[in-house]
Design a protein around this ligand. Structure first.
Ligand SMILES: COc1ccc([C@@H]2N[C@@H](C)[C@@H](O)[C@H]2O)cc1
Length: 452
């Protein structure tokens, strides 16, 4: 083991109440909102087929023209209560909001820059309104903060000379001041989600990332910080040079999930974040994005995939430039939330089902406190039957389709094929979307058909 000053602060996952709460949430609402929602992927009449929040870079928009968008950021249709209602509709237990994205615009009236909500027509404190609205509904709020800042004169991608080092030191000081400001202004925030930390300049300053984590945890006890913030003494990111996870959960899964399904992922806490269109986090009005929206059942599959490996799933919403939520995204939220309303007991507070192999037709999840195992069938076989392989020595006593309220176990037809292998006939099971069964199991006691 190397002697690291700025490596991981712990070898094992956190087991305190705040981390257990975050872990049990399983489903979160990501929100990307900023000036980029105004052009929404279109500039000078042309659709730019790239993530909407990258427009100033991809379309090479002069800084003064990008900054002028602040004058159009009127929040005419922004209503934090309605945003929070979409999180309730989705069944999200936490929300992560972009306080500042790569363009440097701040959704709060920061004292450390002039590029913020205070210098827009409404002057409203968007973060303050969101924290109040979400927490009034019992939904935790986390802050996304981009360390990368395209606008700040002291930002550097690389550090080529002493002048770069001096400038970047000023930048890190500015960013630290903004993070202290966020912690002081919004002390009820439950987590920080850092992005924009891949450049050489940040990797060469692992000490600063270590200091940010320390400062936040000192000011907000229990606060949860993602691994993406962290670099160690040698610039190793997410996982330090001794192979230990930094931060409180691994946050490398962006628009992808662990494929193939791999139980080793369940060794630590992690979260995957996902767009609803194929590849834009900010609202993109063009058919390039709007023709690629995910189906609610694909979102359900992703939620169950993450839960089955002990991870959280953060689904992104990109509100429009006027502050309204995109209707198509709200509709997806509602459908997923209705499914969670019936089947959420297989997701919330659940995780990896130790001893159960990946079944192929969906996922096994296990309630972390009761031990109850669930079968989430997201890819129903054409045969209409699923093969249920229990851990060796166990047998299926009965199973209950969630949502079939009050029906006893063994309501559903199944038969033993051999040993701990059973077949369940899904025929006739009706439910809106993927089926979920609660499994009643027991140890094999009597003689059974020989092992297959
Ligand atoms: C270099 O490729 C990327 C891809 C996505 C990002 C940002 N991370 C996501 C969570 C969004 O904020 C996206 O803008 C940054 C750089």
């Amino acid at each position: 083991m190397m002697d690291l000053k700025y490596g991981a602060s712990r070898e094992k996952p956190r087991e305190d109440a705040a981390m257990k709460r975050f872990r049990g949430h399983r489903v979160g609402q990501f929100i990307h909102w900023g000036l980029y929602a105004l052009p929404a992927g279109r500039w000078e009449g042309k659709d730019v087929e790239f993530a909407a929040e990258f427009l100033p870079r991809v379309a090479k928009i002069p800084q003064h023209r990008w900054e002028a968008l602040a004058n159009d950021f009127t929040l005419a249709d922004f209503d934090a209560e309605r945003w929070a209602d979409t999180a309730v509709a989705l069944g999200a237990r936490y929300m992560t909001i972009t306080t500042k994205h790569h363009d440097g615009f701040c959704l709060w009236p920061s004292a450390h820059t002039d590029f913020h909500m205070g210098n827009t027509p409404s002057g409203r404190d968007v973060l303050g309104e969101l924290v109040a609205a979400y927490e009034a509904r019992g939904i935790d709020v986390n802050f996304y903060y981009s360390v990368l800042d395209w606008r700040h004169p002291d930002w550097r991608f690389t550090l080529e000379n002493d002048a770069d080092n001096l400038a970047f030191a000023r930048y890190l000081d500015f960013a630290m001041k903004q993070l202290v400001e966020l912690a002081e202004r919004y002390p009820s925030v439950k987590g920080f989600w850092f992005d924009g930390t891949w450049d050489e300049s940040v990797k060469a300053n692992g000490w600063w990332t270590w200091e940010v984590e320390r400062m936040l945890k000192e000011r907000i006890p229990g606060v949860v910080v993602n691994s993406r913030l962290r670099a160690d003494d040698f610039g190793a990111r997410h996982v330090d040079s001794n192979g230990l996870l930094m931060g409180d959960y691994e946050s490398g899964y962006e628009r992808r999930l662990p494929e193939p399904w791999d139980r080793s992922v369940a060794a630590h806490d992690w979260e995957a974040c996902m767009t609803i269109p194929q590849a834009s986090w900010g609202y993109h009005q063009g058919p390039w994005a709007q023709s690629t929206l995910k189906h609610p059942w694909d979102v359900v599959d992703m939620i169950a995939h993450c839960t089955s490996l002990g991870g959280n799933f953060l689904l992104n919403f990109g509100p429009r430039g006027d502050g309204s939520m995109a209707p198509a995204e709200v509709e997806i939220a509602r459908t997923v939330g209705q499914w969670l309303g019936v089947n959420g007991e297989a997701i919330y507070g659940c995780g990896f089902a130790e001893g159960w192999e990946y079944p192929g037709w969906g996922y096994f999840t296990q309630d972390s406190s009761t031990g109850q195992v669930f079968a989430v069938v997201t890819r129903e076989p054409a045969s209409g039957r699923i093969r249920l392989e229990l851990p060796t020595g166990m047998e299926l006593v009965g199973l209950q389709l969630l949502g079939s309220a009050g029906h006893p176990f063994n309501e559903h037809p199944f038969k033993r094929l051999a040993g701990s292998v059973f077949e369940v006939d899904l025929g006739g099971a009706t439910s809106a979307g993927p089926l979920v069964f609660a499994l009643e199991t027991g140890a094999i006691t009597g003689p059974v058909a020989e092992k297959e």
